[in-house]
Design a protein around this ligand. Sequence first.
Ligand code: HEM
Length: 284
Amino acid sequence: MRWGALGLPQPMPYKVGVPRPRPGRAEKMKHLQTLRRLIAAHVDARLQRRGEGQTEADPADGDLLEMMLAAGDANARLSTQEVLDNCMLLFGEGFDTSASALTWWIGLMATHPEVMAELRREVDTAYAENLDLAAMARLPLLNATIKEAMRVYPPSTALFTRVAKRDLEIGGTTVRRGTLVVAPIWQMHRNERYFANPESFDPRRFLPDAPAIPRGAFMPFGAGPRFCLGQQFASVEIALIAAQLVRHFELKLDLGEQLPQPFVDLALKPKTPMKIRFLRRNRA
Ligand code: HEM
Protein backbone atom coordinates (compact mmCIF):
# COMPACT_ATOMS: atom_id res chain seq x y z
CA MET A 1 0.00 0.00 0.00
CA ARG A 2 1.29 3.46 -0.87
CA TRP A 3 1.82 6.29 1.64
CA GLY A 4 -1.09 8.35 0.29
CA ALA A 5 -3.48 5.39 0.31
CA LEU A 6 -3.45 5.39 4.12
CA GLY A 7 -4.74 8.97 4.10
CA LEU A 8 -1.49 10.37 5.51
CA PRO A 9 -0.93 14.11 5.06
CA GLN A 10 1.86 15.19 2.75
CA PRO A 11 5.00 16.25 4.66
CA MET A 12 4.95 20.01 5.27
CA PRO A 13 7.85 22.40 4.59
CA TYR A 14 9.18 23.45 7.98
CA LYS A 15 11.84 25.99 8.93
CA VAL A 16 13.61 25.78 12.28
CA GLY A 17 12.70 28.76 14.47
CA VAL A 18 10.03 30.12 12.11
CA PRO A 19 6.53 29.84 13.58
CA ARG A 20 4.23 27.88 11.31
CA PRO A 21 0.68 28.96 10.62
CA ARG A 22 -1.54 26.69 12.69
CA PRO A 23 -4.99 26.71 11.17
CA GLY A 24 -7.61 25.24 13.48
CA ARG A 25 -5.56 25.88 16.63
CA ALA A 26 -8.33 27.89 18.34
CA GLU A 27 -10.81 25.09 17.59
CA LYS A 28 -8.36 22.53 18.93
CA MET A 29 -7.84 24.50 22.17
CA LYS A 30 -11.62 24.66 22.62
CA HIS A 31 -11.91 20.85 22.34
CA LEU A 32 -8.96 20.44 24.68
CA GLN A 33 -10.71 22.60 27.28
CA THR A 34 -13.89 20.50 26.96
CA LEU A 35 -11.87 17.34 27.49
CA ARG A 36 -10.04 18.84 30.44
CA ARG A 37 -13.36 19.89 32.02
CA LEU A 38 -14.86 16.42 31.55
CA ILE A 39 -11.87 14.64 33.04
CA ALA A 40 -11.55 17.19 35.89
CA ALA A 41 -15.22 16.55 36.78
CA HIS A 42 -14.48 12.81 37.11
CA VAL A 43 -11.42 13.43 39.27
CA ASP A 44 -13.33 15.93 41.44
CA ALA A 45 -16.22 13.51 41.91
CA ARG A 46 -13.81 10.77 42.95
CA LEU A 47 -11.94 13.06 45.34
CA GLN A 48 -15.21 14.04 46.92
CA ARG A 49 -16.30 10.41 47.35
CA ARG A 50 -12.94 9.51 48.85
CA GLY A 51 -13.23 12.53 51.15
CA GLU A 52 -16.53 11.14 52.33
CA GLY A 53 -14.93 7.74 52.90
CA GLN A 54 -17.15 5.91 50.41
CA THR A 55 -14.59 4.01 48.39
CA GLU A 56 -15.01 0.53 49.88
CA ALA A 57 -17.91 -0.99 47.95
CA ASP A 58 -17.43 0.90 44.70
CA PRO A 59 -16.59 -1.00 41.47
CA ALA A 60 -14.15 1.79 40.62
CA ASP A 61 -11.91 0.69 43.51
CA GLY A 62 -8.59 -0.36 42.10
CA ASP A 63 -8.97 1.47 38.80
CA LEU A 64 -6.11 3.57 37.53
CA LEU A 65 -7.45 6.83 38.94
CA GLU A 66 -7.76 5.23 42.36
CA MET A 67 -4.18 3.92 42.09
CA MET A 68 -2.85 7.35 41.17
CA LEU A 69 -4.69 8.98 44.06
CA ALA A 70 -3.38 6.36 46.46
CA ALA A 71 0.22 6.35 45.12
CA GLY A 72 3.05 7.64 47.33
CA ASP A 73 3.13 8.17 51.06
CA ALA A 74 2.54 10.95 53.56
CA ASN A 75 5.65 12.80 52.31
CA ALA A 76 5.10 12.56 48.58
CA ARG A 77 1.82 12.30 46.72
CA LEU A 78 0.77 13.24 43.22
CA SER A 79 -0.89 16.65 43.34
CA THR A 80 -4.42 16.92 41.94
CA GLN A 81 -2.91 18.73 38.94
CA GLU A 82 -0.48 15.86 38.33
CA VAL A 83 -3.29 13.31 38.56
CA LEU A 84 -5.32 15.37 36.10
CA ASP A 85 -2.35 15.71 33.70
CA ASN A 86 -1.76 11.95 33.82
CA CYS A 87 -5.43 11.29 33.06
CA MET A 88 -5.23 13.67 30.08
CA LEU A 89 -2.07 11.91 28.88
CA LEU A 90 -3.61 8.46 29.20
CA PHE A 91 -6.69 9.58 27.35
CA GLY A 92 -4.84 11.51 24.65
CA GLU A 93 -1.91 9.20 23.93
CA GLY A 94 -2.93 5.89 25.35
CA PHE A 95 -6.51 5.32 24.36
CA ASP A 96 -6.82 5.33 20.57
CA THR A 97 -3.40 3.72 20.17
CA SER A 98 -4.06 0.73 22.42
CA ALA A 99 -7.60 0.39 21.04
CA SER A 100 -6.14 0.31 17.52
CA ALA A 101 -3.59 -2.36 18.50
CA LEU A 102 -6.31 -4.54 20.04
CA THR A 103 -8.74 -4.01 17.17
CA TRP A 104 -6.28 -5.29 14.58
CA TRP A 105 -5.08 -8.07 16.88
CA ILE A 106 -8.71 -9.25 17.25
CA GLY A 107 -9.19 -9.11 13.47
CA LEU A 108 -6.00 -11.06 12.80
CA MET A 109 -6.78 -13.70 15.41
CA ALA A 110 -10.26 -14.15 13.96
CA THR A 111 -8.73 -14.74 10.53
CA HIS A 112 -5.95 -17.08 11.75
CA PRO A 113 -7.71 -19.88 13.64
CA GLU A 114 -4.59 -22.07 13.66
CA VAL A 115 -2.65 -19.40 15.58
CA MET A 116 -5.63 -18.84 17.87
CA ALA A 117 -5.79 -22.58 18.68
CA GLU A 118 -2.11 -22.61 19.65
CA LEU A 119 -2.52 -19.43 21.70
CA ARG A 120 -5.53 -20.92 23.49
CA ARG A 121 -3.33 -23.81 24.65
CA GLU A 122 -0.73 -21.37 26.01
CA VAL A 123 -3.28 -19.18 27.80
CA ASP A 124 -5.33 -22.09 29.19
CA THR A 125 -2.16 -23.68 30.60
CA ALA A 126 -1.19 -20.36 32.19
CA TYR A 127 -4.61 -20.12 33.87
CA ALA A 128 -4.39 -23.75 35.01
CA GLU A 129 -1.01 -22.96 36.59
CA ASN A 130 -2.46 -19.88 38.29
CA LEU A 131 0.14 -17.54 36.80
CA ASP A 132 0.09 -14.05 38.26
CA LEU A 133 -0.70 -11.06 36.05
CA ALA A 134 2.96 -10.13 35.51
CA ALA A 135 3.78 -13.64 34.26
CA MET A 136 0.61 -13.75 32.17
CA ALA A 137 1.62 -10.52 30.42
CA ARG A 138 4.94 -12.14 29.45
CA LEU A 139 3.56 -15.29 27.75
CA PRO A 140 5.75 -15.79 24.65
CA LEU A 141 3.15 -16.61 21.98
CA LEU A 142 0.68 -14.07 23.35
CA ASN A 143 3.34 -11.36 23.06
CA ALA A 144 4.46 -12.59 19.67
CA THR A 145 0.91 -12.32 18.28
CA ILE A 146 0.56 -8.77 19.66
CA LYS A 147 3.92 -7.65 18.25
CA GLU A 148 3.17 -9.22 14.89
CA ALA A 149 -0.25 -7.51 14.82
CA MET A 150 1.49 -4.18 15.52
CA ARG A 151 3.99 -4.93 12.76
CA VAL A 152 1.29 -5.57 10.19
CA TYR A 153 -0.97 -2.77 11.46
CA PRO A 154 1.21 -0.24 13.34
CA PRO A 155 -1.23 1.78 15.52
CA SER A 156 0.73 5.07 15.39
CA THR A 157 2.09 4.98 11.91
CA ALA A 158 1.87 8.77 11.42
CA LEU A 159 3.16 9.93 14.81
CA PHE A 160 6.86 9.31 14.35
CA THR A 161 8.33 12.58 13.06
CA ARG A 162 11.59 14.48 13.46
CA VAL A 163 13.01 17.81 12.23
CA ALA A 164 16.50 17.60 10.69
CA LYS A 165 18.88 19.68 12.83
CA ARG A 166 21.46 19.88 10.03
CA ASP A 167 21.78 19.11 6.33
CA LEU A 168 22.26 15.39 5.85
CA GLU A 169 21.89 12.60 3.34
CA ILE A 170 19.59 9.64 3.87
CA GLY A 171 19.87 6.80 1.36
CA GLY A 172 21.09 9.14 -1.39
CA THR A 173 18.47 11.84 -0.72
CA THR A 174 19.62 15.21 0.58
CA VAL A 175 17.60 16.35 3.57
CA ARG A 176 17.99 20.06 4.35
CA ARG A 177 18.23 21.39 7.90
CA GLY A 178 14.73 22.18 9.17
CA THR A 179 12.93 19.60 7.02
CA LEU A 180 10.17 17.68 8.76
CA VAL A 181 10.96 13.99 8.31
CA VAL A 182 8.38 11.26 8.86
CA ALA A 183 9.81 7.86 9.77
CA PRO A 184 7.52 5.58 7.74
CA ILE A 185 6.71 2.86 10.26
CA TRP A 186 4.21 1.23 7.88
CA GLN A 187 6.77 0.89 5.08
CA MET A 188 9.55 -0.26 7.42
CA HIS A 189 7.33 -2.97 8.90
CA ARG A 190 6.37 -4.22 5.44
CA ASN A 191 9.82 -4.11 3.90
CA GLU A 192 10.98 -7.54 2.73
CA ARG A 193 14.58 -6.59 3.42
CA TYR A 194 13.73 -7.00 7.10
CA PHE A 195 10.74 -9.36 7.11
CA ALA A 196 10.29 -12.40 4.86
CA ASN A 197 6.78 -12.45 3.35
CA PRO A 198 6.06 -9.11 5.02
CA GLU A 199 2.37 -9.10 4.11
CA SER A 200 1.67 -12.35 5.95
CA PHE A 201 0.78 -12.58 9.64
CA ASP A 202 3.42 -14.83 11.18
CA PRO A 203 3.87 -14.43 14.96
CA ARG A 204 6.80 -16.89 14.91
CA ARG A 205 9.02 -13.94 13.88
CA PHE A 206 8.71 -12.64 17.45
CA LEU A 207 9.12 -15.86 19.43
CA PRO A 208 12.15 -15.83 21.75
CA ASP A 209 14.12 -18.32 19.62
CA ALA A 210 13.47 -16.53 16.28
CA PRO A 211 16.36 -14.74 14.53
CA ALA A 212 16.90 -11.21 15.85
CA ILE A 213 15.01 -8.46 14.02
CA PRO A 214 17.38 -5.78 12.68
CA ARG A 215 17.57 -2.74 14.94
CA GLY A 216 15.10 -0.06 13.91
CA ALA A 217 13.11 -2.30 11.56
CA PHE A 218 10.31 -2.85 14.09
CA MET A 219 9.28 0.32 15.89
CA PRO A 220 5.57 0.59 16.68
CA PHE A 221 6.51 2.73 19.69
CA GLY A 222 9.03 4.92 17.86
CA ALA A 223 12.74 5.07 18.68
CA GLY A 224 15.38 7.24 20.31
CA PRO A 225 15.00 9.88 23.03
CA ARG A 226 11.33 10.60 22.22
CA PHE A 227 10.39 6.90 22.36
CA CYS A 228 6.82 6.26 23.56
CA LEU A 229 6.55 6.85 27.31
CA GLY A 230 3.64 4.46 27.63
CA GLN A 231 5.20 1.42 25.95
CA GLN A 232 5.42 -0.70 29.12
CA PHE A 233 1.96 0.28 30.23
CA ALA A 234 0.41 -0.36 26.81
CA SER A 235 2.19 -3.72 26.36
CA VAL A 236 0.96 -5.07 29.70
CA GLU A 237 -2.54 -3.64 29.24
CA ILE A 238 -2.94 -5.12 25.75
CA ALA A 239 -1.51 -8.52 26.75
CA LEU A 240 -3.84 -8.85 29.76
CA ILE A 241 -6.94 -7.88 27.76
CA ALA A 242 -5.92 -10.21 24.92
CA ALA A 243 -5.39 -13.10 27.40
CA GLN A 244 -8.91 -12.57 28.76
CA LEU A 245 -10.35 -12.58 25.24
CA VAL A 246 -8.54 -15.81 24.36
CA ARG A 247 -9.66 -17.39 27.61
CA HIS A 248 -13.34 -16.58 27.21
CA PHE A 249 -14.14 -16.22 23.50
CA GLU A 250 -13.85 -17.72 20.06
CA LEU A 251 -13.30 -14.89 17.59
CA LYS A 252 -14.89 -15.30 14.18
CA LEU A 253 -15.10 -13.02 11.20
CA ASP A 254 -18.60 -12.91 9.75
CA LEU A 255 -19.02 -15.31 6.83
CA GLY A 256 -17.89 -13.77 3.55
CA GLU A 257 -16.28 -10.81 5.35
CA GLN A 258 -12.65 -9.73 5.00
CA LEU A 259 -10.60 -7.53 7.26
CA PRO A 260 -11.36 -3.88 6.41
CA GLN A 261 -8.80 -1.59 4.81
CA PRO A 262 -6.87 0.52 7.31
CA PHE A 263 -6.71 4.31 7.31
CA VAL A 264 -4.91 6.84 9.48
CA ASP A 265 -7.10 8.86 11.83
CA LEU A 266 -4.22 9.72 14.14
CA ALA A 267 -4.24 6.02 15.06
CA LEU A 268 -4.62 3.32 12.39
CA LYS A 269 -8.32 2.47 12.19
CA PRO A 270 -10.50 0.23 10.02
CA LYS A 271 -12.04 2.18 7.14
CA THR A 272 -15.29 0.21 7.46
CA PRO A 273 -16.66 -1.63 10.52
CA MET A 274 -14.79 -4.80 11.47
CA LYS A 275 -17.53 -7.35 12.05
CA ILE A 276 -16.29 -9.98 14.50
CA ARG A 277 -18.39 -12.53 16.36
CA PHE A 278 -17.43 -13.10 19.98
CA LEU A 279 -18.65 -16.62 20.78
CA ARG A 280 -18.39 -17.59 24.44
CA ARG A 281 -16.16 -20.65 24.82
CA ASN A 282 -17.45 -23.84 26.39
CA ARG A 283 -14.64 -25.11 28.56
CA ALA A 284 -14.95 -28.60 29.95
C1 HEM B 1 -0.21 0.43 21.48
C2 HEM B 1 -0.11 1.57 22.14
C3 HEM B 1 0.81 2.70 21.79
C4 HEM B 1 1.53 2.92 20.63
C5 HEM B 1 1.61 2.05 19.39
C6 HEM B 1 2.25 4.17 20.82
C7 HEM B 1 3.12 4.72 19.88
C8 HEM B 1 3.82 5.89 20.05
C9 HEM B 1 4.71 6.46 19.06
C10 HEM B 1 5.03 5.89 17.68
C11 HEM B 1 5.22 7.59 19.60
C12 HEM B 1 6.24 8.53 18.93
C13 HEM B 1 7.63 8.06 19.40
C14 HEM B 1 8.80 8.73 18.70
O1 HEM B 1 8.65 9.82 18.15
O2 HEM B 1 9.91 8.13 18.75
C15 HEM B 1 4.65 7.74 20.92
C16 HEM B 1 4.93 8.78 21.79
C17 HEM B 1 4.37 8.92 23.03
N1 HEM B 1 3.51 8.04 23.66
FE1 HEM B 1 2.79 6.32 22.89
N2 HEM B 1 1.96 4.66 22.06
C18 HEM B 1 1.09 3.81 22.68
C19 HEM B 1 0.55 3.93 23.95
C20 HEM B 1 0.84 4.95 24.82
C21 HEM B 1 0.32 5.05 26.16
C22 HEM B 1 -0.59 4.02 26.84
C23 HEM B 1 0.81 6.22 26.68
C24 HEM B 1 0.61 6.83 28.05
C25 HEM B 1 0.44 6.13 29.14
C26 HEM B 1 1.66 6.82 25.68
C27 HEM B 1 2.35 7.99 25.84
C28 HEM B 1 3.19 8.55 24.89
C29 HEM B 1 3.89 9.82 25.08
C30 HEM B 1 3.82 10.72 26.31
C31 HEM B 1 4.63 10.04 23.91
C32 HEM B 1 5.54 11.24 23.59
C33 HEM B 1 6.96 10.93 24.07
C34 HEM B 1 7.90 12.10 23.76
O3 HEM B 1 7.64 12.87 22.85
O4 HEM B 1 8.92 12.21 24.47
N3 HEM B 1 1.65 6.02 24.56
N4 HEM B 1 3.81 6.69 21.18
